[in-house]
Design a protein around this ligand. Structure first.
Ligand code: FRU
Length: 520
């Protein structure tokens, strides 16, 4: 009975219980036709696992010159299940090296369970005692063990710089005898000389905070919530500090993942801006804001121990509503380009807004597709070919008249397209439309997304990343972001058409580049 309850209430279990879990067929025409990492839907500069199913980013940590990227991984099926921690590393957050599974599902022993979402920290002072005689300490992973009847928090440590982990003998380190208690995000809180854990009590719509001197013994500090949009449940909390633009201040941001029950359906991330005093998070204004106006940005996590103390975030580009049936093969799951986070005072209202800036992809730029400013007039569209490439980026500031509209159609030769547009007519709405594509049809894979841009004048900055089947749109320097997948049946996009309606649009400092593949 209890097990059944768990299956009905955990979002993840909810998702897997309704979908059959076929193994990947040994060979299909798709594998025969396309080399690995060069399938038509395969992003070329976004991380995806070589094969099988990936969801949340886990254990994001910088250690000994490498950015580690662990992730929720089913190594044997194309849907969620057998959750383990997959692993890749990078020196620059752009090029990734795939590595063996770091923490496998526990299938034998007195305790069994899947390795759910969690985080990793550098225990450089050996507070845990796991690293006696190891100069510089090592990595400790703190994650949820999804046991048959409950979810508990476990720790494991690595003596080989993050390649593999040894389970702490006295696990679990936190057990509320609760079937829904998960996704610990742990970080070192220097002023208090202790570790802090934010962990979700999903059904209660709460984030619990715990403190620990050694990563093994945890004491309860405080609870946040219910607050904001509650959805069906809270998952994957994240607490981090970010600089406020134009000041020397830093503020704290608490991110909560909701699934299902996002306003657009399914999964989403919301954030609260406020203060954390080492014990309690207090939101400034109680306002929950969405991190994304699309449907494919979930379970975002920030890096621990970054070189310049920056908050660098990676999100999963999908949604539990359809992630297990999207038409990619032989893998499912893609991560965003890492994004540097900051806060900007809201120019039109009170409160501060999260600004998401993708890390520079300049090192991947190959061909310059456009460099300059131009006026696009109604009836005379600007067409830019991406010269056979389906992985590119562009940045510009567009200035339109009061009744004007701009449509940037990103399309393939067969006429399938996704559109990024601005509608000055209604105070500067920015929209993304992915419906004119034929590769995937699903009731929850909805087509149209829009946001109010926050500038007070008629100029809007756009930074758009296109990568075969994924799109990241950063509006007003990333104050508003739309993260979206799209599936073109007749091949990925290779052209952009910029079209103005009603009045001319000034396209200022447009820089467009093709981006090289990061995969061999
Ligand atoms: C979020 C989530 C987490 C859980 C993991 C399981 O997408 O449901 O709450 O730990 O996925 O894979």
């Amino acid at each position: 009975m209890k097990k059944q309850f768990l299956f009905l209430t955990s979002a993840f279990a909810l998702a897997v219980s309704v979908v059959a879990q076929p193994s990947i067929p040994a060979a299909t025409s798709q594998t025969a036709t396309f080399p690995l990492y060069n399938e038509p839907y395969r992003p070329q500069y976004h991380f995806s696992p070589a094969t099988h199913f990936m969801n949340d980013p886990n254990g994001l940590v910088f250690f000994d010159g490498l950015y580690h990227l662990y992730y929720q991984y089913n190594p044997i099926q194309l849907v969620a299940g057998h959750q383990s921690w997959g692993h890749a590393t990078s020196m620059d957050l752009i090029h990734w090296k795939n590595l063996p599974i770091a923490i496998p599902e526990m299938t034998t022993g007195p305790v069994t369970g899947q390795i759910f979402t969690g985080s990793a920290v550098v225990d450089s002072n050996n507070t845990s005692g796991f690293f006696n005689g190891v100069p510089g300490g090592g990595l400790v992973a703190i994650y949820t063990l999804n046991e048959p009847t409950k979810q508990v928090q476990n720790v494991a440590y690595s003596l080989d710089k993050g390649t593999s982990y040894i389970e702490y003998k006295a696990n679990p380190v936190l057990d509320l005898q609760n079937p829904n208690f998960r996704d610990p995000k742990v970080f070192w809180y220097a002023p208090g000389h202790r570790w802090i854990m934010a962990v979700a009590l999903p059904q209660e719509h709460q984030v619990l905070f715990y403190g620990s001197p050694n990563l093994k013994n945890w004491s309860f500090l405080s609870a946040f919530g219910p607050a904001g949009i509650e959805g069906f449940q809270y998952e994957c909390p994240n607490l981090f500090q970010v600089p406020v633009e134009g000041t020397n201040d830093k503020k704290w941001v608490l991110v909560v993942a909701i699934n299902p029950g996002a306003p657009l359906g399914g999964s989403m991330n919301e954030y609260f801006v406020g203060n954390f005093d080492g014990t309690t998070f207090t939101a400034d204004d109680g306002v929950a804001r969405l991190m994304d106006f699309g449907k494919d940005f979930y379970a975002v996590q920030t890096y621990n121990n970054t070189p310049n103390n920056e908050a660098i975030a990676v999100g999963w580009m999908s949604n539990w509503q359809y992630t297990q049936v999207v038409p990619t093969f032989p893998w499912r799951g893609v991560f965003t380009v890492p994004r540097i986070l900051s806060l900007r005072q809201n120019p039109t209202q009170t409160g501060a807004l999260l600004v998401q800036t993708p890390i520079s992809l300049a090192s991947l730029r190959e061909k310059t597709l456009f460099d300059g400013s131009t006026m696009v007039s109604p009836g005379s569209p600007l067409t830019i070919s991406s010269q056979g490439n389906s992985s590119f980026e562009f940045e510009t500031t567009v200035v339109g008249g009061d009744k004007g509209r701009l449509d940037i159609s990103i399309r393939n030769a067969a006429g399938e397209q996704v559109t990024v547009g601005v509608d000055w007519d209604i105070n500067g709405q920015v929209y993304v439309e992915r419906g004119q594509t034929n590769g995937f049809s699903n009731r929850y894979f909805t087509n149209d997304f829009s946001t109010q841009e926050s500038n007070v004048d008629n100029s809007i900055t756009l930074h758009v990343l296109v990568d075969r089947s994924v799109l990241e749109v950063f509006v007003d320097d990333g104050v508003q972001v739309c993260t979206s997948s799209f599936f073109m049946a007749k091949g990925p996009p290779t052209e952009m058409q910029w079209e103005a309606t009603n009045s001319p649009v000034l396209v200022q400092n447009l820089e467009a580049y093709t981006l090289k593949s990061i995969w061999p």
